[in-house]
Design a protein around this ligand. Structure first.
Ligand code: HEC
Ligand code: HEC
Length: 236
């Protein structure tokens, strides 16, 4: 009788805990997937490169703070259907050649990103969201909800701060050496955008994005502008 009770309570316990146990198993499977198929190009443990040669040799964006950076919904859909984010690859100098009027991208040297099955995309996204190497930086930011007109935002982004030199705000409009920002609102968490604009080098010590010492109120305007951009329509 005592034995039966023990078996029964074990059964009840495992029924109660099957949720978390299943999740833990999925988490483990997701981490295994990252280790076996992604770690050759993405740094899952940190720290970010501390030398220029390390930066230029980087094969893909650092992922050890993916959970601080990306929106999960975007991750899942991008991993199933990847589209180019950095118009000239990880290090633009490797893929940009002088053209008759301005530099052009040599697309023949750019490779497409692997696509995952829906099930693997979900597993990978889940595991990526658990990597939060920069909770410290994120906890310093608050971005109140709000909006800004696209014309005012463009003035700040293009004219006052010169961000357009490196970032595209439309598929064919803007610089080549940074990630496009017309999908940033879908891709990135608002507090990550604020923190990165405040201090790019706090995230990535050797990155060539300059710290423009943007004021708190301008940072919030920029985040609202990037959110507005990914809601569609043209700039201006
Ligand atoms: C051969 C190298 C390589 C492998 C392997 C690889 N990636 Fe990437 N990954 C890249 C590069 C390069 C980019 C930048 C693409 C761009 O800017 O368009 C990228 C971009 C990404 C992004 C978009 C985020 C961002 O900020 O650009 C995600 C998410 C991602 N990879 C996840 C993964 C996962 C998950 C795996 C494993 C299943 C994986 N990658 C395997 C090279 C790789
Ligand atoms: C000299 C070029 C340059 C300038 C000017 C520049 N950036 Fe960047 N920016 C970069 C690079 C390079 C990255 C990171 C590249 C990477 O992750 O591969 C970046 C990253 C970002 C990111 C994070 C995007 C992502 O997908 O990870 C945001 C947001 C951003 N910049 C906004 C701005 C804003 C706002 C300005 C103007 C105040 C600005 N940038 C000016 C080059 C630049």
């Amino acid at each position: 009788m005592k034995r039966l009770m023990m078996v029964l309570s074990g059964f009840v316990l495992s029924a109660i805990f099957s949720g978390p146990v299943e999740n833990a198993r999925a988490g483990e499977k997701g981490m295994e997937l990252l280790m076996s198929r992604c770690a050759s190009c993405h740094n899952l443990h940190g720290p970010a490169p501390t030398t220029l040669s390390g930066l230029w040799a980087r094969k893909g964006p650092d992922m050890f703070y993916a959970g601080n950076k990306y929106r999960k919904k975007w991750l899942i859909s991008w991993l199933e259907h990847p589209v180019r984010i950095r118009p000239a690859g990880m290090f633009y100098a490797d893929h940009v050649v002088p053209g008759p009027e301005r530099d052009v991208i040599d697309t023949s040297t750019l490779k497409a990103h692997m696509a995952l099955s829906p099930a693997d995309a979900r597993l990978a996204a889940e595991a990526l969201m658990s990597l939060r190497g920069h909770d410290d930086l994120i906890s310093k930011e608050t971005v109140p909800p709000g909006s800004i007109s696209k014309s005012m935002g463009a003035l700040v982004f293009d004219k006052f701060l010169g961000c357009i030199a490196c970032h595209r705000i439309e598929p064919d409009y803007g610089g080549l050496s940074g990630p496009e920002l017309y999908t940033a609102g879908d891709r990135l968490r608002p507090r990550f955008m604020a923190s990165y604009i405040r201090s790019p080098q706090a995230w990535d010590p050797k990155i060539w994005m300059p710290n423009k010492h943007v004021s708190d109120s301008r940072i919030v305007q920029l985040v609202h502008y990037l959110q507005a951009l990914s809601k569609g329509g043209s700039h201006g």
